[in-house]
Design a protein around this ligand. Structure first.
Ligand SMILES: Cc1cc2nc3c(=O)[nH]c(=O)nc-3n(C[C@H](O)[C@H](O)[C@H](O)COP(=O)(O)OP(=O)(O)OC[C@H]3O[C@@H](n4cnc5c(N)ncnc54)[C@H](O)[C@@H]3O)c2cc1C
Ligand SMILES: NC(=O)c1ccc[n+]([C@@H]2O[C@H](COP(=O)([O-])OP(=O)(O)OC[C@H]3O[C@@H](n4cnc5c(N)ncnc54)[C@H](OP(=O)(O)O)[C@@H]3O)[C@@H](O)[C@H]2O)c1
Length: 484
């Protein structure tokens, strides 16, 4: 392009930008959504951002995942609230992409859409008996004790058994074990949902087994979280000495990875710290390694309900240290239990019109740009479509990981803004168009001030019970209080 033509093109582009602000929709108000919105608003003074969430409440897993006894982790909500209160930002709750509005409709109404809707399903084991009563995904149990309205009625049976088995040894498994074992007097001071606290107060569960298919050197948890569960008041920690034997390969892993070393040392110390044998009535935490679930066993007295888990002993195979896999060796043992929580990882859900990698459970992308077709050598992108957070990387990483993830996605988006990829000849309707469409469909959109009403009510309820908040845990209550 000749210089004069180029200048005219740039000037036309700037005129369009000045007249019609770019409108960007972020789907999901968890950490990935809020960090994305924050970065966009900071980098582009002319852009408007709407954050859409299917729930009446914002903040994703910071509200419905982070354990109630970790209030310091939830302080990030203050930062996210400031983003939502920015004049160029809106929170639109009670809007589910895929049902209230389709992705193609949203895409049409905005210059760009950033998908950050997390991972709201679960990996499965695919072994016999998985459908038996008394077996839940850890996600459901966590949503239940954190007052997520979709799991208000889960009603895990905590009174017909004294034993719970948790499959997996990541930080979610540790959270769940802690909630089952921690004295309820301590939980009562947290923002745990009141229905969960009441059920835990009645709980007969005394023994919790945390089962890892690999060894103590490979346990997926981190040291701080492990120390916390091992430090629960008056519990007895049980570990088989045979599970603690390390191989030369383990020693190499621990030499190169301080976290693995610390986790192993904590387990070793707990195993030898004079907690055994447990006293009568003492709660027990059993750390079990090198065992993989083979099948669930059905109760003979209670048809359709779990009575135990059959575990197969494993050995580790593979040369890639740290990534060795657990292979069954044909030796089996059974643990009787009436409650099983599968904590083997979350899984994202595909929505219509979105490219999705079903094996990895993520939206295929390069640097957050959604790939239209990942099978070709030359990447073909979906114009104006981006992804961030667990939906982009898979269900791992702490809150802060999503900040770096958002930086990468917003860098790709900014590059596309600068290249003029996201501008169109006619202005996109954005929020106005979306609200009209939702109104036509009789969908009641909740804005940030509606959430603030819920927030105020929850804090008021909490105040009466000497806890930070009393969560409203049904759709009806949430919608009713939001419209007061
Ligand atoms: C049990 C648990 C405890 C954790 N504890 C900690 C901790 O203590 N510290 C820490 O640093 N990290 C913790 N993490 C990790 C942290 O929560 C995640 O890294 C983070 O929440 C992932 O962010 P995200 O935005 O990708 O997903 P999410 O936080 O899951 O947010 C996704 C949002 O999308 C919304 N949504 C879903 N589907 C739709 C749809 N169709 N339309 C519109 N909206 C939709 C959801 O309602 C949700 O608000 C924990 C994770 C779990 C599972
Ligand atoms: N306090 C915190 O900071 C906190 C709290 C909660 C969660 N989080 C974060 O949230 C993320 C998700 O946590 P998570 O615990 O759900 O996931 P995770 O850390 O990936 O742990 C998953 C666990 O499930 C096991 N597993 C997977 N498939 C299995 C199978 N088929 N059979 C048996 N076991 C299987 C894994 O074993 P293998 O290792 O053998 O695969 C691992 O022990 C993590 O990044 C975590 O750190 C942080």
């Amino acid at each position: 392009m000749a210089l004069f033509g180029k200048l005219r093109w740039i000037s036309r582009r700037f005129t369009t930008l000045a007249a019609t602000p770019l409108r960007i929709c972020v789907v999901g108000s968890g950490p990935a959504g809020f960090y994305t919105a924050e970065k966009i608003l900071k980098a582009h003074k002319e852009v408007e951002v709407d954050i859409v969430d299917r729930l009446p409440t914002p903040f994703g897993l910071v509200r419905s995942g982070v354990a109630p006894d970790h209030p310091e982790t939830k302080i990030v909500i203050n930062q996210f609230s400031r983003v939502a209160q920015n004049d160029r930002c809106s929170f639109l709750g009670n809007v589910s992409v895929g049902s209230s509005v389709s992705l193609p409709e949203l895409h049409e109404m905005y210059n760009a859409v950033v998908l950050a809707y997390g991972a709201e399903s679960d990996r499965t084991l695919g072994i016999p008996g998985e459908e038996l009563g008394g077996i839940h995904a850890a996600r459901e149990f966590v949503w239940w004790y954190n007052g997520h309205p979709d799991c208000r009625n889960l009603a895990p049976d905590l009174t017909s058994t004294d034993t719970a088995v948790i499959l997996g040894q990541g930080n979610v498994a540790l959270d769940v074990a802690r909630i089952l074992l921690r004295p309820t007097m301590e939980l009562a001071k947290t923002d745990i949902a009141s229905h969960a606290l009441a059920a835990l107060e009645e709980s007969s569960i005394r023994k919790v087994y945390l089962i890892g298919r690999r060894g103590p050197v490979q346990a997926a948890c981190t040291a701080k979280e492990l120390r916390e569960v091992l430090g629960i008041k008056d519990i007895s920690i049980q570990v088989k000495q045979a599970d603690l034997v390390t191989t030369p390969a383990d020693e190499v892993v621990m030499k190169n990875n301080r976290i693995r070393r610390r986790v192993y040392d904590l387990i070793l110390k707990a195993a030898s710290s004079g907690h055994s044998p447990p006293l009568p009535d003492q709660r027990e935490l059993h750390l079990v390694f090198f065992r993989k679930p083979d099948r669930f066993l059905e109760s003979k007295d209670r048809s359709g309900h779990v009575a135990g888990v059959l575990l197969e002993e494993t050995t580790l195979q593979g040369d890639d240290l740290g990534k060795q896999i657990a292979v069954g060796n044909g030796v089996f043992e059974e643990i009787s239990c009436g409650l099983v929580l599968k904590s083997i990882g979350f899984k994202s859900v595909a929505i219509d019109g979105l490219p999705f990698d079903h094996d990895k459970g993520i939206v295929p992308n390069v640097g957050g740009r959604v790939l239209a077709d990942s099978s070709t050598d030359f990447p073909q992108y979906e114009t104006g479509l981006y992804v961030c957070g667990w939906l982009k990387r898979g269900p791992t990483g702490i809150i802060g990981t999503n900040l770096y993830c958002a930086e990468e996605t917003v860098a790709s988006l900014s590059e596309d803004i600068e290249r003029g990829v996201l501008t169109s000849n006619s202005a996109k309707p954005g929020r106005g168009g979306l609200l009209q469409l939702l109104d036509r469909r009789n969908i009641r959109v909740l804005q940030f001030h509606d959430w603030e009403r819920i927030d105020t009510e929850e804090k008021r309820g909490g105040n009466l019970k000497n806890k930070p908040r009393e969560k409203l845990a049904t759709w009806e209550e949430l919608l009713q209080v939001a419209s007061k």
